[in-house]
Write a protein that binds this ligand. Structure first.
Ligand code: HEM
Length: 370
């Protein structure tokens, strides 16, 4: 039951290894004035710091509602919880006079060619990513936040994600399988390398962003349904050609080990890995394209049945980058038209900016912004 530190130059939950359970909740901010935002951020900081650390819940008088939902028992366990707060472009609209503080790449998520976006599952003024060992811990934290912010936050959409329960997944080191049965995360950035994270993930002084944003990161959330009934009837060879890797080992096609690096220079016509394969379009490994690398931190999801009677499951795709345009937007534009599109349907999500970390207990989330 590890405790993830709440305080630091960056928020936890971005380069933190991924525990098994995730919960993403987007909110509309109900506060009407700029002056109400600071108390909201103070409350969030205080609650999330406590939930992350854990501890005993104060006793309640029987005539009052309990202080805590109680679903974790009389003592709140940290359970590896991280709660990462990010803000959407709409927070910078006319309401709070924050337009000039908007991170320069932050706008509403555009509609890409294969998208079937449901407005009820898109965007939001604020998003909290809860990650921990169990769904209960995430739900407990969400209910605490909702109880502590009446009149300030209204939930807009939520989605839960999972990984195999035995896993705490270090990005760039461990891989798990997604709902298509392929290993996911093989060619990810190594989250343990601070130089790599400083280059690709954290907004620095030299990114031309507002000073308050330094230490934060652009966060992309995409709820991508995978059309698994169709996929499960697709020949193995075709599945592998679409991804560009062997399904069993995870190795690039015509190579043997998961960690082998694809050699596209030796394969200019795509005889081993097709020019239209997912991994080749996502990262062509050509000079200049190293600027487009992103830190992926996705989860699987599975919930109800669609109106058409199909399983609603897929990838809760999440990535972080210091430059949204060079990162996700460029990679997604390269992927547009890929063979995988026949089997996936992006239905929701949004672009957000994960706030810089809370340096010390006397600081609050987003204080440079407000
Ligand atoms: C790699 C699946 C969506 C970017 C991979 C791999 C698989 C995969 C199996 C190979 C293993 C790995 O390196 O992780 C999927 C599925 C998706 C999806 C099933 C949708 C349901 C996306 C999206 C993006 C993306 C939306 C970004 C716009 C990447 C990148 C790589 C990758 C950058 C690594 C390529 C490399 O460096 O060789 N994906 N992916 N993927 N994917 Fe996706």
């Amino acid at each position: 039951l590890a405790v993830q530190p709440f305080h630091g130059p960056h928020q936890a939950g971005i380069i933190t290894p991924q525990p098994a359970a995730a919960l993403y909740v987007a909110f509309d901010v109900l506060a009407e004035r700029r002056a109400d935002l600071a108390p909201l951020m103070r409350t969030l900081t205080e609650r999330l710091a406590f939930l992350t650390r854990g501890g005993a819940v104060p006793e309640t008088h029987p005539q009052l509602p309990p202080r805590d939902s109680g679903i974790l028992g009389p003592t709140v366990l940290s359970d590896n919880l991280t709660a990462t707060v990010s803000v959407g472009a709409s927070l910078f609209d006319y309401r709070f006079g924050l337009a000039r503080a908007r991170p320069r790449h932050l706008g509403p998520m555009e509609r890409f060619s294969n998208d079937a976006l449901d407005p009820a599952q898109c965007h939001g003024d604020l998003l909290i990513q809860f990650c921990s060992n169990t769904a209960e811990t995430n739900i407990h934290a969400l209910r605490d936040v909702i109880k502590a912010t009446p009149g300030l936050l209204a939930p807009r959409w939520k989605v839960e994600g999972f990984l195999p329960p035995h896993v705490v997944k270090t990005m760039g080191a461990d891989t798990v399988r997604n709902m298509l049965g392929f290993k996911d995360g093989t060619a990810n950035l190594d989250a343990r390398d601070p130089r790599v994270m400083d280059r690709y993930v954290w907004v620095g002084q030299n990114h031309g962003e507002p000073a308050w944003a330094v230490g934060g990161s652009y966060q992309v959330v995409r709820i991508i349904r995978t059309l698994v009934e169709r996929w499960d009837r697709t020949p193995l060879g075709e599945q592998e050609a679409i991804i560009g890797r062997h399904k069993g080992s995870g190795a690039p096609l015509r190579q043997s080990h998961e960690r082998d690096t694809p050699d596209y220079a030796a394969d200019p016509n795509g005889e081993a890995v097709s020019l239209a394969a997912h991994i080749r379009l996502a990262n062509p490994r050509l000079p200049g394209t190293e600027d487009n690398l992103i830190l992926r931190r996705s989860y699987n999801y599975s919930r109800g049945i669609t109106a058409a009677g199909q399983l609603d499951m897929g990838l809760l795709f999440v990535c972080y980058q210091a430059d949204l345009t060079a990162g996700f937007i460029t990679v997604q534009n390269r992927l547009s038209g890929e063979g995988l599109e026949e089997y996936i349907r992006p239905i929701g999500g949004g672009y957000f900016f994960a706030l810089p970390g809370v340096a010390d207990p006397e600081n609050t989330l987003g204080e440079g912004l407000l």
